[in-house]
Design a binder for this molecule. Structure first.
Ligand code: SF4
Length: 282
């Protein structure tokens, strides 16, 4: 959450689809609920500001998040929803200074826009994949629709059936995945939604695999070949990616990578950056 990224998000390509905490009113630290767990040291209701959030919308324990039990905050990314809701949807009006109803609406809208921005992130990536050319026209249409929805008023966003829109986009992302993975040599394993928690996959050949929604929590993927794999929605929390090769893996997001374990030998696709904590100690 607040300021966890390796470098200034605004300085990178595609910055509008990555969190820019400096342009946000700390929405993720207020709008989202926490359940006390290995990721969060405390319980917190949606709409309640985290006790560590300062009045300038910065995190009071930013440099010590992991040691204080807030690993989940170092993993999270809003895909740029925070700055859009703060600066565009609500025109730069801070939830702290307005009426409570406006603040509540802001907190309701934030998770909706986050889902739309996540879709924009996937659609933008899909359009950059040459193998997906047969569906590029459809992808462009879905991108325009999603952008139009994300630019809605607070009232429109509150009323939006975002799950239905996700389903429509997902059909296209599935087709994209088939087209991209068809170009992978060898067997393309189907591990969609597979329960691989703690699985021993050291050195496994998962090139071109369908790992959509796979549970890979704490799986040992040391040295695994994940080139060209579809990792959309795969749960990589504490998965060991040391020396794994994810070159060309697609629909892999920064929060997924942030939640995994890796090192200097992990090869990542260009769409994500190497988490700071991979080199600064775990
Ligand atoms: S601990 Fe810091 S980053 Fe995490 S929710 Fe609280 S204020 Fe935000």
């Amino acid at each position: 959450m607040r300021e966890h990224t390796a470098d200034r998000a605004a300085d990178r390509p595609g910055a509008e689809l990555r969190g820019d905490c400096g342009s946000c009113f700390g929405l993720c630290c207020v709008a989202l609920p926490f359940a006390r767990s290995a990721d969060f040291a405390v319980d917190k209701d949606a709409g309640t500001p985290c006790a560590n959030l300062r009045t300038d919308h910065r995190c009071g324990i930013h440099a010590r998040l992991r040691e204080r039990g807030f690993t989940g905050c170092t993993v999270y990314d809003c895909f740029g929803a925070g700055q859009r809701v703060s600066q565009v949807t609500f025109g730069g009006r801070d939830w702290r200074t307005g009426p409570p109803e406006r603040a509540r609406r802001m907190f309701d809208v934030f998770p909706v826009v986050r889902q739309l921005h996540e879709l924009l992130r996937y659609l933008t990536e899909a359009l950059a994949l040459p193998a997906a050319r047969p569906v590029h026209a459809d992808l462009r249409g879905a991108l325009a629709d999603t952008e139009r929805l994300a630019a809605g008023t607070p009232e429109e966003l509150s009323a939006l059936d975002v799950a239905a829109h996700r389903q429509r986009v997902n059909v296209l992302l599935l087709r994209t995945s088939e087209l991209v993975r068809a170009g992978t040599r060898g067997r393309r394993k189907n591990r969609r939604n597979a329960d691989l928690m703690g699985a021993r996959l050291k050195g496994a050949d998962l090139a071109g695999a369908d790992l959509r929604g796979a549970l890979l929590i704490a799986a040992d993927l040391t040295g695994a070949d994940l080139r060209g794999a579809d990792l959309i929605g795969a749960d990589l929390r504490d998965a060991e990616l040391t020396d794994a090769d994810l070159t060309g893996a697609f629909f892999l997001t920064q929060p997924q990578v942030n939640a995994a374990r890796g090192g200097p030998g992990t090869r990542l696709p260009d769409s994500v950056t190497r988490p700071v904590h991979w080199t600064a100690g775990r």
